[in-house]
Design a protein around this ligand. Structure first.
Ligand code: PMP
Length: 419
C-alpha cells in the first residue's frame, strides 16, 4: 500500500564529503539537453576522476614504451609502473601474491580465460557446471560454449520473487558430476548481493572450485579473496573509475599454474621452437602480446583513489542512496521495482505500467538523466520476472540525494507525458 509521501531530501550526507568527491569528476559538470547531467548508469560504466585521467596523460606523455622487452629507460619505467599496478590490485582484493593477478581486457575476457584455460583441461563429457539465474550473459555464454565442446552440462541455481538465490536449491544441484561453479557476486540487473562466502564453502566441501564474477561487486564492496576463499575472481576497470579495455582475473596460484594458456603469443613463453613451446610462469603465461599498459596503470591510480575514500565509506553512502531512492520510488503509483533482495547494492531496476522502458530512458535523457533500459545482458533474469526489459538506475559513490530527487521527478514527468 502506498502511504504518505515522504519529503524529498536534497541535502548531502553529513559524514561523507560528497560535494568534494563530485568535484573530482570533470564529467559531472556537463549539461545534457540544457540540464545538469545526472549520471545513473554506473553499472554499465562508471566515470573517471581527474586524477585517473591525469595518470593516463602522464603515462602517454612521459612514460610510454612497450614493457618487458628492452633495457632502455622508458621500457623499464613502463614495466615497473605496470607491475606496480598489479601490486595495487593485489592489495585491493587482498590476494596473497601479485602473480595471482592477471590483467585481462575485462571481466568477459577473464571468464573466457577460465572457461578455456581451466575448463578445457579439467571439464569433460558428462561433467556439470553450476551457474545461477542471476548471471550476466558474460558468465553464461563462455560456459555454454565449453559445455557444447566438451559434452558437459549447465545446471542453474534458481531465484525467488525478491531476486535472491534459493540456497537450498543451489546446494541440491551438487552431485558427483559437478566440476565447477561460476556465479556472480552481485546481479547487474537487480543489485542482489549473493551470499557467496557460504556458497563457496559449500562447493569446496563437495570438492568443486568456484569462480566469482565480481564486475558489479568490486566497485561497491570491500573484496577479500582470501577471506572468501574463491578460486577465481574477476572484475572490469571501467566500472571501477578506470578506463575501458582493462580488467583483472584473480586466481589461486596453484590453479593458475595447472591451467592451459588461453591465448598464445609474445611474452607468454619462455622459449619457442617449431617443435615445442615452453610457457612462461604466471601471470605472464596468461598475458600474451602487448597488454593494455596505459589502462592498467590508470586502473592502479583509480584503486589508489578509491582506497583513499575507503570502500566501507563508499558502501555506506551508496546504501543511503539506495534506501532513499527505493523509498521514493515505492511511493509512486504504477512503478514497480524488479528485485527487492534484502542484501542489495545501489541498483534500481523498475518498470512503469503502460510505458515501454525505452520510452522511459528517452524521456529521462531529455532531462539530462542517464539510465539504462533493456535486458541488461541478463535475459534469464528478465524471463524469470516475465518482463522484456527494465529501466535501471545504478548509483556510484559520487551520486547525491539531489540526483535521486531528479530521478524521482523525472519518473513522475514520464508518467505525466505518457499516461
Ligand atoms: N558480469 C557482470 C555482472 C556485468 O555486469 C558485466 C558488465 N555489464 C560483465 C560481467 C562484463 O563486463 P565487461 O563488459 O567489462 O567485460
Amino acid at each position: 500500500m502506498k502511504l504518505v509521501e515522504p519529503s524529498l531530501k536534497s541535502s548531502p550526507i553529513s559524514t561523507f564529503n560528497i560535494e568534494r568527491i563530485r568535484s573530482d569528476f570533470p564529467i559531472l559538470k556537463l549539461t545534457i539537453n540544457d540540464k545538469p547531467l545526472v549520471y545513473l548508469d554506473n553499472a554499465a560504466s562508471s566515470q573517471m576522476p581527474q586524477l585517473v585521467i591525469d595518470r593516463l596523460v602522464r603515462y602517454q606523455a612521459t612514460q610510454h614504451a612497450n614493457i618487458n622487452r628492452a633495457v632502455h629507460y622508458l621500457s623499464e619505467i613502463a614495466t615497473s609502473e605496470y607491475e606496480n599496478a598489479r601490486r595495487k590490485l593485489q592489495f585491493f582484493i587482498n590476494a596473497q601474491e601479485d602473480r595471482e593477478i592477471i590483467f585481462t581486457s575485462g571481466a568477459t575476457d577473464a571468464i573466457n580465460l577460465v572457461a578455456h584455460g581451466y575448463g578445457r583441461k579439467f571439464i569433460g563429457a558428462g561433467d556439470e557446471i553450476i551457474l545461477t539465474t542471476l548471471e550476466h550473459h558474460s558468465n553464461i555464454v563462455p560456459w555454454q560454449m565449453l559445455a557444447d565442446e566438451r559434452g558437459a552440462k549447465i545446471r542453474v541455481a534458481p531465484i525467488n520473487d525478491k531476486g535472491e538465490l534459493i540456497i537450498d536449491a543451489y546446494e541440491r544441484l551438487f552431485n558427483q558430476h559437478t566440476k565447477f561453479v561460476s556465479m556472480t557476486h552481485v546481479s547487474n540487473a537487480l543489485g542482489t548481493i549473493n551470499p557467496i562466502k557460504k556458497m563457496i564453502r559449500f562447493a569446496h566441501a563437495c570438492g568443486v572450485p568456484v569462480m566469482i564474477d565480481g564486475a558489479q561487486s568490486a566497485p561497491h564492496i570491500k573484496i577479500d579473496v582470501q577471506d572468501l576463499d574463491c578460486d577465481f575472481y574477476t572484475f572490469s576497470g571501467h566500472k571501477l573509475c578506470g578506463p575501458t579495455g582493462i580488467g583483472v582475473l584473480y586466481g589461486k596460484a596453484e590453479l593458475l599454474e595447472r591451467m592451459q594458456p588461453f591465448k598464445g603469443g609474445g611474452d607468454m613463453i619462455i622459449s619457442v621452437t617449431f617443435e615445442k613451446t615452453t610457457y612462461n610462469t604466471i601471470p605472464h603465461k596468461f598475458e600474451a602480446g602487448t597488454p593494455p599498459i596505459a589502462a592498467a596503470i590508470a586502473l592502479g591510480a583509480a584503486i589508489d583513489y578509491l582506497s583513499t575514500i575507503g570502500m566501507n565509506a563508499i558502501a555506506a553512502h551508496e546504501l543511503d542512496l539506495l534506501n532513499y531512492a527505493t523509498e521514493q520510488i515505492n511511493y509512486i503509483p504504477g512503478v514497480r521495482i524488479i528485485g527487492n533482495a534484502t542484501e542489495k547494492v545501489a541498483v534500481l531496476s523498475f518498470v512503469i505500467d503502460g510505458i515501454h522502458p525505452h520510452d522511459i530512458g528517452t524521456l529521462l535523457n531529455q532531462e539530462g538523466i542517464a539510465v539504462r533500459t533493456g535486458h541488461h545482458c541478463a535475459q534469464p533474469v528478465m524471463q524469470y520476472f516475465k518482463v522484456p526489459a527494465t529501466s535501471r538506475a545504478s548509483f556510484a559513490f559520487y551520486n547525491n540525494m539531489t540526483e535521486v530527487d531528479a530521478l524521482i521527478a523525472g519518473i513522475r514527468n514520464v508518467q505525466e507525458v505518457f499516461l
